[in-house]
Design a binder for this molecule. Structure first.
Ligand code: T1G
Length: 680
């Protein structure tokens, strides 16, 4: 059955695309479009062709799943050229997300009509490729060179009403209007005026407005982080933008074909599909969370309240004292004032979101709450007392969540008579910015409660991973192992700046030791101190312990691994001496390091702990590890994640490197692992 239904209304041939879920341009759809266009273009009675999509969106782009294999004919440029060269005017009716190949099809049409809330974009660089069917070239003719270059090199969609892109559409309709009905009446009115022609704007010469390529280059470099493709595309467009459309289109397509099989493109596709795979599926039970509450108005608690209000939930923020509440509410109002000033929200959204958050010191105000998220002081006793009170006050079925990073949720659940409703919701700081959310399943947590949290995560626009209970759950446990390996390398002679620089060059958002200084060296130290230290690991976070003892807790005390008294962080001899003395005391041999060795050791440590975490069933599958690192710790997206990298390095190389480290550090730290089980 064709994916394109053709029907004729008056003198208009309507080509209706129906390829759920998002009308991706699969080979089958490309073929059906060619067949449909060929059929109607030869019909003299047809005076106009309307291209329309059923479902939530117009064509959302190429079918990314095809990128792992060889290109399949018919290729998109064939469809594009058939449309553009049609003697019968072609009008695209746009709604939803007109992205990548979808925008390329729309740009090749002779006219474009859209609902005002339609997004248009060229997100290809975010997949490690470039628009391969003339999107850049035709958008230069419709929106101007600089606007087209910004759209393609940023990969960020814009609303079709954005003033810089007002030249793209010939008419816009209100979001509540019927696009199809309004579209057809627009076409008929133009036909009556004999105003429709098969105009090929996309083939015109580009406008001669000067382009500030140097400034674009700086902007692109800053935004692209470890993804080389935006820079490559910018260079290509800067060199070729004045060429005729079809010639420049072909050259950019060659770059697309070259990039689609690159490791960066594979890593970015992996990240895309892992995010889709891990997001909540269709829900079995109705979503029942309406009233929410947060216990604790500190940094974390107020940021979690922001998260909930941003998603439209009513939130009661509860604290022990009015003074603590006022501080928390102050933080929330400051954050919303900043968002308003930056234009991220408008005044109406600002006021509505603040109105959703109420403050209280009385647990009775939680009697009708559907979900309570506790974000109080990281002490088991404090949490046990809170959960015991919640158990008394909250209605049956209310879900009681803790935001603890390390504490045993099974023990916390025992403070209640409803362990089936107790679980962890581990947000990452700042909670209203970081996408990762660990949903922690305690021993007795019910599947229904977990499923409610997966649906909640989707509404909070979080990337959620369901994990089991252990020290640090999945994310912090692997992060702790990474931190241990970094400190072990310090003891073995690697420099503080050398390590941070190496990991930044790898693509991490920040060096690990700078992160320690930012979050506070004592935070991890105190959490680890609540558990027995591994006897077999004599250097286990000894450097952190020594710095805490010396009062060097990080930025908050003016010094930690670095000294922060000057404009740029510096290294104190005191820290170098602390490390040297520890190495001597622990009889650890010093060796030479380079950036590659540091990066390799760090990633190997992540992979080693990740495999143990999967083996223990703390996470259900290896893709969860990559999602955690991409969205919890700023792992470079263009490298796909620790397990994607492990796949690239291969079992043999990994086993050889880990066995070498096992020889020097022992098999408790580097246990033999069945890597082949996960890295087919
Ligand atoms: N190809 C294949 N599958 C796709 C897909 C795509 N382009 N987009 C989405 N899916 C799947 C997705 O995996 C999920 O599958 C289901 O559709 C619903 O997606 C030639 C080279 C459009 C904003 O990058 O941004 O065109 O989990 O949950 O929330 O020059 O999907 O149900 O099995 O995300 O409503 C450019 C990517 C491609 C768009 C809709 N286009 N997609 O969001 O649904 S490259 C893109 C999205 C290109 C040209 C170049 C979003 C969406 P499952 P969903 P949504």
């Amino acid at each position: 059955m064709s994916l394109v239904n053709v029907c004729v209304i008056d003198q208009i041939a309507v080509l209706e695309i129906n390829s759920p879920p998002v009308n991706a341009l699969s080979a089958a759809l490309r073929q059906d479009m060619i067949d449909a266009f060929s059929q109607v273009q030869s019909d003299e009675q047809i005076k106009a062709i309307a291209l329309h999509c059923l479902g939530s969106t117009f064509i959302c782009g190429a079918d990314i799943r095809e990128f792992d294999g060889e290109p399949i004919a018919p290729h998109l440029p064939q469809v594009i050229h058939l449309i553009e060269q049609s003697k019968t005017p072609v009008i695209a009716l746009l709604h939803g997300h007109v992205l990548g190949g979808g925008l390329e099809v729309a740009a090749a049409c002779h006219y474009r009509l859209a609902l005002e809330n339609t997004n248009i974009g060229l997100p290809e660089v975010g997949l490690g490729v470039v628009p391969g069917a003339g999107g850049c070239q035709r958008m230069m003719r419709l929106a101007g060179v600089e606007n087209a270059v910004k759209l393609a090199t940023s990969g960020r969609p814009v609303k079709v009403t954005h003033p810089d892109y007002s030249g793209v559409c010939d008419a816009l309709f209100a979001p509540s209007d019927d696009l199809f009905e309004n579209g057809l009446s627009w076409i008929n009115s133009q036909l009556e005026k004999q105003a429709l022609t098969p105009k090929t704007t996309g083939l015109n010469s580009v406008d001669e407005v000067p382009v500030d390529w140097a400034s674009l280059k700086k902007t692109v470099a800053r935004a692209a982080k470890s993804n080389p493709v935006p820079g490559q595309l910018l260079e290509q467009l800067a060199n070729e933008y004045q060429l005729p459309t079809l010639e420049a289109e072909q050259n950019t397509r060659e770059l697309f074909l070259e990039l689609r099989q690159s490791v960066v493109a594979k890593a970015l596709r992996h990240a895309f599909f892992v995010e889709k795979k891990m997001q909540a599926g269709r829900s079995k039970n109705a979503f029942r969370i309406e009233q929410t509450a947060v216990i604790g108005a500190g940094t974390m608690g107020s940021a979690i309240a922001l998260c909930l209000a941003d998603a439209g939930f009513e939130v009661v923020l509860l604290e022990q004292s009015q003074e603590a509440l006022d501080r928390g509410m102050g933080r929330i109002k400051d954050e919303y004032a900043k968002s308003l000033a930056k234009g991220r929200i408008n005044q109406q959204q600002h006021d509505a979101r603040i109105a959703l958050i109420s403050a209280s010191c009385d647990y009775q105000s939680l009697a009708q709450t559907d979900l309570v998220i506790e974000a109080a002081f990281e002490s088991l006793e404090v949490k046990q007392s809170i959960f015991s009170k919640l158990d008394e006050v909250c209605k049956a079925g209310a879900i009681l969540a803790t935001n603890t990073s390390y504490l045993d949720i099974d023990v916390i659940a025992q403070s209640t008579t409803r362990p089936e409703s107790v679980l962890g919701l581990h947000f990452f700081s700042p909670a209203n910015i970081m996408k990762l959310l660990e949903i922690v399943k305690a021993d007795k947590t019910s599947d229904e409660a977990l499923e409610q949290m997966q649906q909640l995560a989707k509404k909070l626009r979080k990337q959620a991973v369901t994990v089991g209970v252990c020290f640090g759950f999945a994310a912090n446990r692997i992060y702790t192992r990474y931190g241990r390996e970094v400190q072990q390398m310090l003891l073995e002679g690697a420099g503080i700046e050398q390590i941070d620089t190496a990991m930044r060059e790898f693509g991490m958002a920040m060096g690990p030791l700078s992160v320690q200084d930012l979050s506070g060296i004592d935070i991890g130290h105190n959490a680890r101190s609540q558990y027995p230290q591994p006897e077999y690991d004599k250097g286990y976070f000894k450097v952190s312990a020594a710095l805490v003892e010396a009062g060097r807790l990080g930025r908050k005390t003016g010094s930690g691994f670095y000294n922060y008294s000057a404009q740029q962080p510096t290294i104190d001899q005191q820290v170098v001496d602390i490390i040297a003395n520890l190495s001597k005391e622990l009889n650890i041999e010093s060796k030479l390091f380079d950036a590659q060795t540091i990066q390799q050791r760090a990633i190997l440590a992540m992979i080693c702990e990740a495999v143990k975490v999967i083996d223990e069933g703390i996470v259900s599958e290896k893709d969860a590890i990559d999602l955690i690192w991409l969205h919890g710790y700023g792992f470079p997206r263009a490298k796909g994640g620790p397990m994607f990298l492990a796949q690239q390095w291969g079992v043999e190389q990994l086993q050889a490197q880990m066995s070498e480290l096992r020889d020097s550090q022992g098999e408790k730290i580097w246990p033999p692992l069945d890597l082949a089980k996960y890295l087919a």
